[in-house]
Ligand binder design. Structure first.
Ligand code: SF4
Length: 707
C-alpha cells in the first residue's frame, strides 16, 4: 500500500485578527501538521503557540457530527438527518414569524465565520425574514472601534498597515496585551525595536503585562480612566506647542470645542484621576509630541467599556491634533480581536449595519441593498445588539434564536441571565463545530458545522487584508460549511414565507457568494469590487479598497488628508471623561479586570482540547496584589470565593505584583467546563457603551474571601 503523498494547502489561522498565513499539511483526508506560510504578508512564515498547534486541536471526540433534535425542553436530543432537521427549523421559524412578527426571531453569529457565511446570514435575516435582529460576538470585540473610526474619520477603516508598526518612531499600546493577544505582530514589533532601539514604546494598562517588557514607559492607569489620560496628553501637547496647527486647519473640524474641554485636564488633575506619576504623564506627552511618526495600537481595554466610543475618539484626537495619520509609521490602528471581525463589519453583521459599511437606519442604504437583492424593502425597525438581544430572549420577546459558531453561554456578561434566557427560549438552534460548548447544552437543534481547514471562503485581517481561505480536508461525518447550512435553511424558509417567488439563495459555492457580495461594496469606502478569488490566488492577499480596475490593494488611507465625512474633514470629538459604571465600595472593594492567557483562545472550544496548550496556565487562577492577600489572610494556592453583584466563583488565588492593590485579574477563557460556577463572565456586568453597545467586560466590583 502506498501512503498518500503529503499535500500543502494555504489558508489562514482561525484565531486572532493578525490573520497569519498557514500551510496545512494533509493527506487529503486528515490534517497532519501546520507551518507558517512564508509567502503571507502578515506573518512571513511565523506562527505563535496557538497557530502552530492548530493541527492538534481538531479533536474528533469533541466534534458535532450529526444533526441532533429534541421536540421538548426536558428531552434529550436524538440524531436526526439534515432534511428533517432543517424542515423542522424552517417550520418553527415560519410559524413564529407568522404569529409574532419577524422581530420575534433573532440570529447571533460570530467573528469566526468566513465573509461568505456572514453574507448569507445577513441576507437571510434582513431580506427574507425581515428583521435587523442579527448581531455578532464582534459586538463584544470591536464595536467601540467601529464607532470610534466612524465618528472621528467618517468610515470604519483602520488607516494603517502592519509595516507602519515597524516604521513608527513612537508607539502607544493602550488596553492591549499584544504579546499574548496578537503574538506574531508583537514579534514583528520586538524585531523592529531591536533593530531601532530609539523607537519608543508606551504601554497603557492597569496591569503590568508581558507587553510591558518591551515598553520604555508603562502607564498603569486606574481602570477606566483612559479618556482622562488622552485628554491630559492633548492638554500638554497644546501647552508645549506640539500640535500641528497647519494639519488641524486644513483637514479637521471641532478643535475649538475640544480645546476648551481639555483645558481642565491639567497634568495635576489627570495624574490624580489616573493614579500615575505626573512625570510619567509629561514624558508620554513628550514622546508623542516630539515623535516624527506616532502610531497607536489598541484593543479590548479601550473597546470593552461603557466609555468605549469616547476612549476611541479621545485617542484618535491625539493623531488629528499632531497630524499623525495618513503617513508612513503613523495613525490610529485598532487591533482586531477575532480572525474575521473585519469581514463581519464589512458584510453588515452588527444589528445596526448593512453590507458594504452601510447603516440599517439609513433609508437610502436600505433601498440600495433591497434593490440589489431584488426585494421590496428591508426592515426599518432597529435590531437588537448582543446584550439587548439576549435580554429580549430572557423576557420572552424573542421566541426562536439561531446561534452560529459562538458560545454566548460563556462569553456574554452576567451569565446567570444568559443561561436563564437560553433555558427558557422556546426554540434554540446552535450551528457549531464542537458539541462541548456551554451553549450546545441549550440547543433544541444542534447542526454540525465544518471547522478550520474544512471550508472555503475569505477573511479580512486587522490591516484590511483579505485572504482566500481554502479547504484542505473534508468535514467529518455530516458536518457542513456554515454558508451551506444557512442557505439550505433559507431556501426551505422562503418556500414557506414567499412561496412561488424566485429563490434569493441560489449560491452554488462560496465564490458565488463572494461575487454577489463584492458588488455591494462598489463605490463604498471599502470597495473590493475589483477583487476575485483568482486575483487573491494569483497576487496573494490584498488590502481594501481594491476597486474594479485596480492593480493592487491600498496600503494606507487618508494620505491626501481627505476623510469620508460629510465635509471631507476629520472630526475632533469633545467627549467628557466619565468614570466606570461600577466603583469600589465597602462590599465590593476590588475592581476585576479580565483578559487573555498566552496559549488559550476565547472559550477554549478548540485550544482546550490540546494538552500542550495548558503548559503555560493549567487552571483558572485569580491574581491579586500581595497586599490584598495579606489583608484577607490568604496564601497563594488557597481556594477563594470571588463574588460580584451578579454571581460568584470558587477558584485558587495567587499573589501577583503585576496587579495593583484594589484590583483583581482573571483570564476570560474559563467557562463551567473548567471552573466551579458558570465561568468568568458570571461576574462581569452587562452595562454597555451608549453608542457602540459594547459591554463592560473589564471592570466589575468584586470581593474575595476564603472559600
Ligand atoms: Fe494565529 Fe494570531 Fe498566532 Fe497568528 S498571531 S498564529 S493569527 S493566533
Amino acid at each position: 500500500v502506498v501512503a498518500p503523498a503529503t499535500q500543502h494547502t494555504a489558508t489562514t489561522c482561525c484565531y486572532c485578527g493578525v490573520g497569519c498565513g498557514v500551510l496545512i499539511e494533509h493527506d487529503g483526508e486528515k490534517i497532519l501538521g501546520v507551518q507558517g506560510d512564508p509567502e503571507h504578508p502578515a506573518n512571513f512564515g511565523k506562527l505563535c503557540s496557538k497557530g502552530s498547534t492548530l493541527h492538534l486541536t481538531g479533536d474528533l471526540d469533541a466534534r458535532a457530527l450529526y444533526p441532533e433534535l429534541r421536540l421538548g425542553k426536558g428531552l434529550a436530543r436524538s440524531r436526526s438527518d439534515w432534511d428533517s432537521a432543517l424542515d423542522h427549523a424552517a417550520n418553527v421559524f415560519a410559524e413564529t414569524i407568522r404569529e409574532h412578527g419577524p422581530d420575534s426571531v433573532a440570529f447571533y453569529i460570530s467573528g469566526q465565520l468566513l465573509t461568505e457565511d456572514y453574507y448569507a446570514f445577513n441576507k437571510l435575516a434582513r431580506a427574507l425574514v425581515g428583521t435587523n435582529n442579527i448581531d455578532s460576538n464582534s459586538r463584544l470585540c470591536m464595536s467601540s472601534a467601529v464607532v470610534g473610526y466612524k465618528r472621528s474619520l467618517g468610515a470604519d477603516a483602520p488607516p494603517c498597515n502592519y509595516e507602519d508598526i515597524e516604521l513608527a518612531d513612537c508607539l502607544l499600546i493602550a488596553g492591549s496585551n499584544m504579546a499574548y493577544a496578537h503574538p506574531i505582530l508583537f514579534r514583528r514589533l520586538e524585531a523592529a525595536k531591536a533593530a531601532r532601539p530609539e523607537m519608543k514604546i508606551i504601554v497603557v494598562d492597569p496591569r503590568r503585562t508581558d507587553t510591558c517588557d518591551l515598553a520604555d514607559l508603562h502607564l498603569a492607569i486606574l481602570p477606566g480612566t483612559d479618556v482622562a489620560l488622552f485628554h491630559g496628553i492633548l492638554h500638554i501637547l497644546m501647552w508645549e506647542g506640539w500640535v500641528d496647527h497647519a494639519y488641524i486647519t486644513a483637514h479637521t473640524e471641532g478643535f475649538e470645542a475640544l480645546k476648551s474641554l481639555v483645558r481642565e485636564f491639567t497634568p495635576t488633575a489627570v495624574a490624580d484621576i489616573c493614579g500615575i506619576a505626573q512625570a510619567d504623564l509629561l514624558r508620554a506627552a513628550e514622546l508623542i509630541g516630539k515623535s516624527p511618526a506616532f502610531l497607536s495600537l489598541w484593543c479590548m481595554g479601550l473597546n470593552q467599556s461603557t466609555a468605549g466610543s469616547a476612549k476611541n475618539s479621545a485617542l484618535i484626537n491625539l493623531h488629528l491634533a499632531t497630524g499623525q495619520i495618513g503617513k508612513i509609521g503613523a495613525g490610529p490602528f485598532s487591533l482586531t480581536g477575532q480572525p474575521n471581525a473585519m469581514g463581519g463589519r464589512e458584510t453588515g453583521s452588527l444589528s445596526n449595519l448593512l453590507p458594504g459599511h452601510r447603516e440599517a437606519g439609513n433609508p437610502e442604504h436600505r433601498a440600495e441593498v433591497a434593490r440589489y437583492w431584488g426585494v421590496n424593502s428591508l426592515p426599518e425597525r432597529p435590531g437588537l445588539s448582543a446584550v439587548e438581544l439576549f435580554e429580549a430572549v430572557r423576557v420572552g420577546k424573542i421566541k426562536a434564536l439561531w446561534i452560529a459558531c459562538t458560545n454566548p453561554a460563556q462569553s456574554l456578561p452576567d451569565q446567570q441571565k444568559i443561561h436563564e434566557a437560553l433555558a427558557t427560549c422556546p426554540f434554540v438552534v446552535v450551528q457549531e463545530a464542537f458539541f462541548t460548548t456551554e451553549t450546545c447544552h441549550y440547543a433544541d437543534l444542534l447542526l454540525p458545522a465544518a471547522s478550520w481547514g474544512e471550508k472555503e471562503g475569505s477573511v479580512t485581517n486587522s490591516e484590511r487584508r483579505i485572504t482566500h481561505v481554502r479547504r484542505a480536508v473534508p468535514a467529518p461525518a455530516e458536518a457542513r460549511p456554515d454558508w451551506v447550512i444557512t442557505c439550505d435553511f433559507a431556501r426551505r424558509l422562503e418556500q414557506l414565507l414567499r412561496p412561488g417567488l424566485p429563490s434569493l439563495f441560489t449560491f452554488l459555492d462560496s465564490e458565488s457568494l463572494f461575487e454577489e457580495y463584492k458588488h455591494l461594496t462598489s463605490n463604498r469606502d471599502l470597495d473590493l469590487s475589483g477583487l476575485s478569488y483568482a486575483i487573491l490566488d494569483n497576487q496573494g492577499p490584498q488590502q481594501w479598497p481594491f476597486p474594479a480596475g485596480a492593480q493592487q490593494g491600498t496600503a494606507r488611507l487618508y494620505e491626501d488628508g481627505h476623510f469620508p465625512t460629510a465635509s471631507g474633514r476629520a472630526q475632533f470629538l469633545a467627549d467628557p471623561y466619565c468614570a466606570g459604571k461600577e466603583k469600589r465600595d465597602t462590599r465590593y472593594p476590588l475592581l476585576l479586570n479580565t483578559g487573555r492567557l498566552r496559549d488559550q483562545w476565547h472559550g477554549m472550544s478548540r485550544t482546550g482540547t490540546a494538552a500542550r496548550l495548558f503548559g503555560h496556565a493549567e487552571e483558572a487562577v485569580l491574581s491579586l496584589h500581595p497586599d490584598e492577600l495579606r489583608r484577607r489572610s490568604l496564601q497563594t494556592g488557597e481556594l477563594v470565593t470571588l463574588r460580584s453583584r451578579r454571581g460568584e466563583l470558587s477558584l485558587p488565588v495567587q499573589a501577583d505584583e503585576n496587579v495593583r492593590p484594589g484590583q483583581a485579574y482573571l483570564p476570560m477563557h474559563w467557562g463551567n467546563r473548567f471552573l466551579k460556577g458558570l465561568g468568568t463572565n458570571v461576574l462581569t456586568q452587562p452595562a454597555f457603551d451608549p453608542l457602540s453597545k459594547q459591554p463592560e467586560l473589564k471592570l466589575s466590583g468584586v470581593e474575595v474571601s476564603k472559600a
